[in-house]
Design a protein around this ligand. Structure first.
Ligand code: A3P
Length: 332
């Protein structure tokens, strides 16, 4: 046993050395918050997260009943974590008793790349409460093989890139390196248009999961923030079916779908004490994950020429894929 631990420790040390060596060779730019962003396997990733991400890629062992929530940052991760957790655990916890009343959804559904494997090189996940629900921002082609090869389900959510941009810019301003100049919207926009943001380019991220969802619809459910906003109850039901926890007729009659939809809504979640004043990440208040929660806020920040420019890029990058986004809820 001791020998095994020793050899795991040695392997771990070797992998850490390998990653440190790799980090010296990767292209780097300054991220919007002043930290370092490096380019790895075709996408941009915070250098401090890359270590966790590579360990996740190498060590994560998916189990057949796992639920993997994959998202592009600022596209509804916190919301979908709450929804999936609540749907999958509804026989264990009534809403009055939900762990979400005292813990942020980000804590209940940890992120593999930014949490689990970043804090601990070999986290013990076998005993994680079932169903195991994990989140990741990793791009589809870079996911651990065991996720692709097992029967676990992947739920993906993305959002129109204009709102995602504003949400990320506002977020980055709040988590910027202390005593550094805040990045202007123009500078951040320029970088976003070049694909330079955490886990960007956004078009590569969405296309990877979009294609996977077309090829394997039973494995990958592709959702959009705007659709969830517009028709939440429909998607709560779809989610429940997809992850293998469908609502019974009785539950539907009793209004369970509506209850869960309301419970996880922006208004309810953002007003919970734990999300207003609690802290999950050290020195980051949970309220950072709840800003406006609307569709079309980009209109308050982007000039017409900025929005047209980004839309044009997105249109070109997604052309031929069949994937489009609603920029406002009035869009057809
Ligand atoms: P805004 O900044 O546009 O308000 P993520 O969770 O991926 O970091 O995304 C954060 C975005 O989702 C923020 O968008 C946040 O306000 C919004 N959000 C958080 N919880 C939500 C909920 N329950 N319903 C709708 N939007 C939510």
């Amino acid at each position: 046993m001791e020998k095994k631990i020793e050899s795991l420790g040695e392997k771990e040390a070797e992998l850490s050395d390998e990653i440190e060596q790799l980090l010296t060779t990767l292209p780097k730019v300054k991220n919007w918050n002043g930290l370092e962003l490096c380019q790895y396997q075709g996408f941009w990733c915070g250098s401090r997260y890359l270590r966790g991400m590579i360990k996740f890629q190498r060590h994560f062992e998916a189990q057949h009943n796992d639920i993997i929530l994959a998202t592009f940052p600022k596209c509804g991760t916190t919301w979908l974590k709450a929804l999936i957790f609540t749907i999958a655990n509804r026989s264990k916890y009534s809403l009055d008793n939900s762990p979400l009343l005292s813990q942020c959804s980000r804590e209940l559904v940890p992120s593999c790349d930014q949490d689990l494997f970043m804090r601990d090189p070999l986290p013990v996940l076998e005993d994680f409460p079932k169903p195991r629900i994990f989140a990741t921002h990793t791009l589809y082609p870079s996911l651990p093989k065991s996720i692709k090869n097992s029967n676990c389900r992947i739920v993906y959510i993305c959002r129109n890139p204009l709102d995602q941009f504003v949400s990320n810019w506002k977020f980055m301003l709040r988590i910027r390196v202390p005593n550094t100049e805040p990045i202007s919207i123009d500078e951040a926009f320029e970088m976003a248009c070049q694909g330079k943001q955490s886990f960007g380019p956004i078009w590569e991220h969405v296309l990877g999961y979009w294609k996977a969802s077309k090829e394997e619809p039973h494995k990958v459910l592709f959702l959009k923030y705007e659709d969830l906003k517009e028709n939440n109850k429909f998607y709560v039901k779809q989610l429940a079916d997809f992850i293998g926890y469908p609502f019974t007729e009785d539950e539907e009659k009793q209004g369970k779908v509506e209850e869960i939809s309301k419970f996880c809504s922006f208004d309810n979640m953002s007003n919970l004490e734990v999300n207003k004043n609690g802290e999950y990440f050290k020195e980051i208040k949970n309220d950072i994950f709840f800003r406006k929660g609307s569709v079309g806020d980009w209109k308050n920040y982007l000039t017409p020429s900025m929005s047209e420019h980004l839309e044009k890029i997105i249109e070109e990058k997604l052309s031929g894929s069949g994937l489009t986004f609603k920029k406002t809820l009035e869009d057809p």
